[in-house]
Design a protein around this ligand. Structure first.
Ligand SMILES: [Zn+2]
Ligand SMILES: [Zn+2]
Length: 213
């Protein structure tokens, strides 16, 4: 099947590599670990009578937040794949450059009369009304929806449902999430929700401290 697809694809140069800057997740991971370690520390040191329960809450919130970070770092959001439908027809000016053995560097993206945009870096067409995606999971069913794609200059891909590139975590925040390969926005939101909940848990622990002292 893959061999069939490759046989029908035009000969194109390889996709550009992601840049070395803006793609490191180290600072974001360290920030999350330090923040949640502080939440756990404050809760553990509280003399509140509810300390054990609050500590369990904080540990669960930390576990969920770390799982969200893991997903965002290691599961890349979807991008427009090179297929015969997404690459053909190659715009004449791009084809001329490639035939001459030149790169497309410095060229502007090409628009056609139907509103599609040809990304001269990924060499794919971005549909005018967005890319259709259907996100059914074992937990819920959703209708097919269209999400617009945007070229990320750090990830060097036309990312579907692009929201922004997060420099802290070094990844694109895109799509929605919930199904494999459908994006990570929901996991980012869930991670922030866990940070908020953990902060509230610490506040309850500290309030308990003040009450018992
Ligand atoms: Zn692109
Ligand atoms: Zn990106």
């Amino acid at each position: 099947m893959k061999a069939d697809l490759e046989a029908t694809l035009p000969k194109l140069p390889p996709l550009p590599s992601p840049t070395s800057t803006g793609r490191s997740p180290t600072f974001g991971i360290a920030l999350v670990i330090v923040t949640f370690a502080a939440f756990i520390g404050f809760t553990a040191l509280s003399p509140s009578g509810l300390r054990l329960y609050l500590l369990i809450c904080t540990l669960v919130e930390t576990g969920v937040a770390l799982a969200c970070v893991w997903i965002v770092v290691f599961v890349e959001p979807p991008h427009i794949q090179r297929t015969p439908e997404s690459t053909l027809p190659i715009p004449r000016e791009v084809e001329t450059r490639l035939a001459a053995g030149q790169t497309t560097e410095g060229m502007e993206n090409v628009k056609d009369e139907s509103g599609r945009t040809f990304c001269v870096r990924c060499l794919v067409w971005r549909p005018s009304g967005g890319v259709e995606s259907k996100e059914d999971t074992i937990f819920w069913r959703r209708r097919a929806k269209r999400q617009t794609a945007h070229h990320c200059r750090y990830c060097q891909r036309c990312v579907i449902g692009h929201d922004h590139h997060c420099s802290l975590i070094g990844r694109c925040i895109a799509g929605e999430g919930g199904a494999r390969g459908s994006g990570n926005l929901k996991y980012v939101q869930l991670g922030f929700a866990m940070a908020g909940l953990a902060f509230l848990t610490v506040c309850v622990a500290l309030a308990g401290t003040a009450f018992t002292s």
